[in-house]
Design a protein around this ligand. Sequence first.
Ligand code: NAD
Ligand code: 89V
Length: 343
Amino acid sequence: MARFRGALIGCGFFAVNQMHGWQDLAGVEIVAICDRDAERLAIVGDQFSVARRYSSAEEMFADGGFDFVDIATTVGSHRALVELAAKHRVPAICQKPFAPTLADAKAMVAAAEAAGIPLMIHENFRWQTPILAVKQVLDSGAIGTPFWGRVSFRSGFDVFSGQPYLARGKRFIIEDLGIHSLDIARFLFGDATSMTARTRRINPDIAGEDVATMLLGHENGITSIVDVSYATKLPEEPFPETFVEIDGDKGTLRLGKDYRLTVHGPEGTVESVVAPNLLLWASRPWHNIQESVALIQKHWIERLAAGREPDTSGRDNLKTFALVEAAYLSAERGGTVALADLL
Ligand code: NAD
Ligand code: 89V
């Protein structure tokens, strides 16, 4: 029998990656799945040979028999499902975006803490191989102490065909994609204290903003820019690559197209390619994201086994989610928002 038995709720577009990731992890088995949509339930159940299938999460929890739950539904159901996991004292992973509002996210953290269960937000972008490589360079001191940074994601990729709900939400790019970029900024530059943001909607066929430019002040004095766009038509489409620029007091780092990393320091300039691995079940251009799914799930199991809090725990991820809220507030008001006012 597997050492860790999991259950997954939400068998949609992205959950297939999560199922593959679990299948690859030794000692882990997904023993039950749940989806309100019978067709999605059948497709994922058949593909991954899962016998226990539920249309109701309540019924799945009532039957039990699993050590953790992986919530892969869209944001509207996250709070109710995390609270259900807490009620049954089942450790939970919840997909990003954390919740519809910061108040909901805080309530979810409180519910998990009251129940004594670990809660991890599936914030996987910081687990991408190129981002881990950037972090390693920073930690090595090769460019000295950073004082300025930029995390940039600019694309014209059609995300709406795979995820049609993205076109309908009042909030779009900051909540869905910028949330990853803001988390990368926290991962690389530390927690932020202030946010100034501007947003635009360029695509007339969607409801939310598809361009955002955000200026962050970090606790340690670093200033960073996080800019995201799905309205950027480039000669070569970079989706889903994140570009990073960092200036330090001893040198610079640039992560650019095709995962090319240039590190310039007192010893000279080193160029390398920090491309993600193409896992057997992965497909380009998604392989960067797909590998990060496998890596964050491995991290979850390691921390669950060790009884330690995961890096992107609910408690930690409140600080990423507060940046999302702060960006919308700042764009609406036209001023700077202090993070301390939200957390
Ligand atoms: P989707 O709409 O394709 O799938 C969601 C599934 O959940 C649907 O099949 C739906 O029927 C089911 N569902 C919803 N509420 C339910 C409930 N209460 N009980 C049972 N089933 C329920 O959505 P998706 O594109 O797979 O996205 C799911 C989540 O993953 C979103 O929060 C999205 O932001 C996130 N996502 C994350 C990444 C990443 O890299 N981390 C990438 C894409 C999507
Ligand atoms: O990562 C995500 O959350 C996805 C995508 C990369 C398409 O924006 O929704």
